[in-house]
Write a protein that binds this ligand. Structure first.
Ligand SMILES: Cc1cc2nc3c(=O)[nH]c(=O)nc-3n(C[C@H](O)[C@H](O)[C@H](O)COP(=O)(O)OP(=O)(O)OC[C@H]3O[C@@H](n4cnc5c(N)ncnc54)[C@H](O)[C@@H]3O)c2cc1C
Length: 408
């Protein structure tokens, strides 16, 4: 049987799936509302790090075009706001990669059409999706965080929050020195929030993505609330003041002379409520839609899991499409069951980290890592392995067990 698959959205979700299907010659159309040029010329959307498990998926897909050293990092440089001794570093078993998605996604769109995939540029509404389900054997919805996601019911058991737990502000800055060996600064300060200083590769080469994750009501949230565009100079000064006061290990790498945003498009300010939705929904015509990516699971970016989980999920979906010809409820349930353990683990891990107040095992873990290299390396490497991570930190008892095991 000749299968025909429709995918809505050309983010990492839609493209990873589409590229895998094209590797196997399956007729695939991606419907999306932004051209590669619009993505490349657009505002920054995120500051994504791909862990080595994701890079392995990209190797299989034949899409790792970015092999030079400057795209990769190997360490996490912690600044721990709890306790006396405050700095330590963890090492990954294999490097992670950071690349501006405005470079990454347009290149993958090109790969997809080079492989015979079709991209149709349309701004779809919920009503259009039923029409597409008549044309294709299966329609996968991967439109990200927008309204279309509401076609899939929210799962109350896996969506514990009714409001954002962090307010976000991310800018791509010049004038912040990389660490050596290259790595992400992870600065965690109680009552303030987190700062991730991510060495990113962008249009001008080396930039530092400063992702401020601010506790609502805390001293850092002004970086989300005060609009950059209203007064760029004041915003830059505010950023420096907050770095100096709360994140000294990042501040000491700033060159005051060179510190500036890469461009006015390189800042994103906002907040969203994390949500996990049902894997699939049934249309009035009896056909099923499958959710993929942020539509299915939107997590706070504090531990870099959204796109990595999405790439994993796309592979599960792709493999299931390859082995099956019928896209009925049985198919939907099969996909749901195969991907649930890892996706739910990532969701539980992130929702533990951002809980207000911080659960007691988190400061216990962060403080124990100060002088336990095996533990900090395990925590770091587990950014690849959400199931192991939630096993490590789901409760005080689990953290205590991990500390003992790593000390042995
Ligand atoms: C600040 C920040 C930092 C992050 N850092 C990391 C990280 O380090 N590691 C990590 O793994 N994840 C990270 N993430 C999460 C990651 O960015 C997302 O999980 C991932 O990009 C989601 O991909 P997606 O394909 O599901 O959605 P999207 O990338 O949002 O793609 C949606 C697609 O659908 C299209 N579309 C939307 N609506 C319509 C419509 N109505 N009609 C037609 N097309 C439509 C869009 O144009 C787009 O092509 C971060 C997120 C943020 C905000």
């Amino acid at each position: 049987m000749m299968k025909s698959i429709g995918i809505i959205g050309a983010g990492v979700a839609g493209l990873h799936l589409g590229l895998q299907l094209r590797q196997h010659g399956i007729a695939t159309t991606i419907y999306t509302n932004r051209t590669p040029d619009e993505v490349a010329d657009g505002r920054v959307m995120n500051s994504v790090a791909h862990m080595h498990v994701t890079l392995e998926l990209e190797e299989d897909l034949g899409i790792n075009h970015w092999t030079e050293d400057e795209y990769y990092y190997t360490h996490h440089y912690h600044y721990n706001g709890w306790g006396e001794q405050r700095t330590y570093q963890g090492q990954f078993a294999a490097p992670s990669r950071t690349l501006d998605y405005r470079i990454y996604l347009p290149r993958l769109m090109e790969d997809f059409t080079d492989r015979g995939g079709v991209i149709e540029y349309r701004d779809l509404e919920v009503a259009d999706i039923q029409d597409l389900s008549e044309i294709h054997d299966l329609v996968v919805v991967s439109t990200g965080k927008g309204e279309i996601g509401a076609m899939f019911p929210k799962r109350p058991d896996k969506s514990p929050y009714d409001r954002p737990q962090r307010k976000l502000a991310v800018g791509f800055w010049k004038g912040v020195e990389r660490c050596d060996p290259n790595g992400v600064g992870v600065s965690v300060v109680p009552g303030v929030g987190e700062l991730l200083a991510i060495p990113m590769w962008s249009f001008t080469g080396d930039v530092m993505a400063l992702l401020f994750e601010s506790v609502p009501g805390g001293p850092q949230e002004v970086l989300t609330d005060q609009r950059y565009a209203d007064d760029p100079a004041a915003y830059k000064q505010l950023t420096l003041d907050i770095l100096k006061e709360h994140h000294p290990t990042v501040f000491e790498r700033v060159s005051l002379e060179n510190f500036r945003l890469q461009s006015d498009k390189d800042i994103l300010q906002g907040a969203f409520t994390p949500v996990m939705r049902e894997d699939y929904s049934r249309l009035p015509n009896g056909k099923f839609l499958l959710a993929l990516g942020d539509v299915h699971l939107t997590m706070d970016p504090v531990q870099a899991q959204g796109a990595n989980s999405t790439a994993y999920s796309a592979r599960v979906v792709g493999d299931a499409i390859l082995e099956d010809d019928v896209f009925d409820e049985r198919f939907m349930k099969k996909v749901a069951s195969r991907r649930s353990e890892r996706l739910e683990a990532a969701n539980d891990w992130i929702n533990t980290m951002i809980h207000i107040p911080t659960p007691p095992q988190i400061p216990a873990l962060f403080s124990a890592m100060v002088d336990n290299q095996a533990l900090v390396d395990e925590f770091t490497e587990n950014f690849n392995h959400p199931i192991r991570q939630i096993d490590l930190l789901a409760s005080e008892e689990r953290v205590e067990a991990a500390v003992n095991r790593a000390s042995a």
